[in-house]
Ligand binder design. Structure first.
Ligand code: SF4
Ligand code: SF4
Length: 465
């Protein structure tokens, strides 16, 4: 908050809502500057990745696939199964903790720099608007002017392009969910074969069009839960986009060259803001840390020959005390914790087995008795998480007994679950307890691919001797 100003009335209302409750449209000026160039680089790299990643394949598998319907997940070409669910939960929890810790230390940088909503809005849809309607003044003028051929043609072309990109985004997300091959197949077979999916495409493209053509920054300022949590995550040591009121106030309203304060009240920082706020009022929930106002103010400072950084990325405490922001012990501890968390998740992913075997005694059975031996019946399930198919045989790894597969050896197909049954026989004189651990080996040919153990049960009276 700007400690040199007691006027806090801006906190009572949204800048994008007028006193009579109507929407105040944000005509943001296109930012220019070093940070904006970096943001463009990050944004276009992400857009290219988001749109083209579904076309990438590793060993025949889509690079990233999140098929919740069939519970099949592929990340960086590695297939994950429902049996890997714990890894997903760990990754999800780590991601949430990561975001919280990251925000506590580095503020809302995620929103302005990597959130897909901001990237699509600022680097695709707003760019289309600047290209067709012109800069913010021209956009305002066009809005005010009566409907004529120019206005109609501009509106038609702009909204057609908006809808085209909404469709591209929808197909892109769909490719992550059902897979790029299925999306291609949809168009080969046509809407008659998949009316539900096509209806879904129309609904979601309509939603994306509505968000980017009309709802826009309100996603960040009104609906996004992450944005709403800023109030509890940020403190005076968090890095934020901040106005240095010690340097800037009292504002040099009439650009008086003899005045000492650095802010010349040109409002360039306000006109570039995609959420329409005035950062000079202090930290606000609407600020997505896009850093556009930093670029805008730096270019003003360069022009009036003052040091850059009147608006900069700093903590509220460092601005208040007029010191350079340094990471405190808590921030360093959180950063280490972030690194540890990422390390743990990476380690769990690294040690994840390619083959997962589950062996359980057949439900409802105890043991059978023949003249010379006791037998137990087992169910086996093998998940083959690799891309190759291989024959599977089960052997007693160490110790006594004989194993007989029912229906012959199994064949674990690529990425599939194979089920089977087998019997273990242990000679009566070899069994000395009612509960015996049986170490088993899962083999592919002569190669031992996994060790598993199960229990062999015999009669209770064996324990009494
Ligand atoms: S851009 Fe800089 S100088 Fe201009 S109003 Fe904003 S803070 Fe003041
Ligand atoms: S105040 Fe600055 S950093 Fe925050 S949203 Fe506006 S332009 Fe971006």
């Amino acid at each position: 908050m700007n400690q040199k100003s007691n006027n806090q009335s801006f906190r009572d209302k949204l800048t994008t809502v007028s006193d009579d409750g109507k929407r105040v449209w944000v005509y943001a000026k296109q930012p220019k500057g070093v940070l904006y160039r970096y943001r463009q680089f990050v944004a276009y790299a992400m857009v290219i990745f988001l749109i083209f990643a579904p076309f990438l394949k590793i060993g025949g598998e889509q690079f990233i696939l999140l098929n919740f319907l069939e519970r099949k997940f592929v990340i960086f070409g590695i297939i994950f199964w429902p049996q890997d669910f714990h890894l997903f939960v760990m990754a999800l929890i780590s991601f949430i903790v990561f975001i919280v810790l990251f925000t506590v230390i580095y503020g809302r940088l995620f929103c302005g720099w990597v959130c897909p909503q901001t990237i699509f809005m600022e680097f695709i849809f707003r760019r289309i608007e600047w290209f067709i309607d012109g800069n913010s003044q021209k956009q305002r003028k066009l809005k005010e002017q009566a409907w004529n051929l120019e206005k109609i043609s501009k509106r038609v072309v702009k909204h057609a392009l908006f809808y085209l990109f909404a469709l591209i985004i929808t197909h892109s997300f769909l490719s992550y969910i059902i897979g790029i091959n299925q999306v291609k197949e949809l168009y080969v077979l046509g809407p008659k074969a998949h009316p539900g999916t096509f209806a879904g495409i129309m609904v979601f493209s309509g939603v994306f069009y509505f968000i980017f053509a009309w709802f826009r920054e309100q996603v960040c300022t009104i609906t996004c839960p992450y944005g709403r949590l800023q109030g509890v995550m940020l403190d005076t040591n968090s890095m934020i986009v901040a106005y240095d009121y010690n340097r800037g106030e009292p504002r040099n309203v009439h650009n008086n060259k003899d005045a000492n304060a650095d802010c010349i009240d040109c409002r360039n920082c306000v006109t570039v803001c995609p959420t329409g706020i005035d950062i000079r009022n202090g930290t606000q929930l609407e600020c997505i840390n896009c850093t556009a106002c930093i670029d805008a103010c730096n270019s003003v400072m360069t022009r009036i020959k003052k040091p850059k950084g009147l608006i900069r990325f700093a903590s509220e405490k460092s601005i208040r005390e007029g010191i350079t922001h340094k990471l405190n012990a808590r921030a360093i501890a959180y950063t280490i914790l972030l690194a540890v968390l990422l390390g743990v998740v990476a380690f769990l992913f690294h040690i994840r087995a390619d083959i997962e075997t589950t062996i359980l005694r057949a439900p409802g059975t105890l043991y059978q008795e023949t003249e010379e031996a006791y037998t137990n019946l087992y169910n086996i399930e093998i998940v083959n998480k690799t891309r190759r198919k291989f024959p599977v045989s089960i052997k007693i790894h160490e110790g006594k007994g004989k194993l007989q597969m029912i229906g012959g050896d199994l064949c674990a197909l690529r990425g599939e679950l194979v089920k089977g049954m087998f019997i273990i026989l242990i000679g009566k004189e070899e069994l000395s307890s009612s509960k015996n651990k049986v170490p088993l080996g899962v083999y592919s040919g002569e190669e031992l691919i996994e060790k598993v153990s199960s229990t062999f049960v015999g009669p209770n009276n064996l324990d009494t001797y």
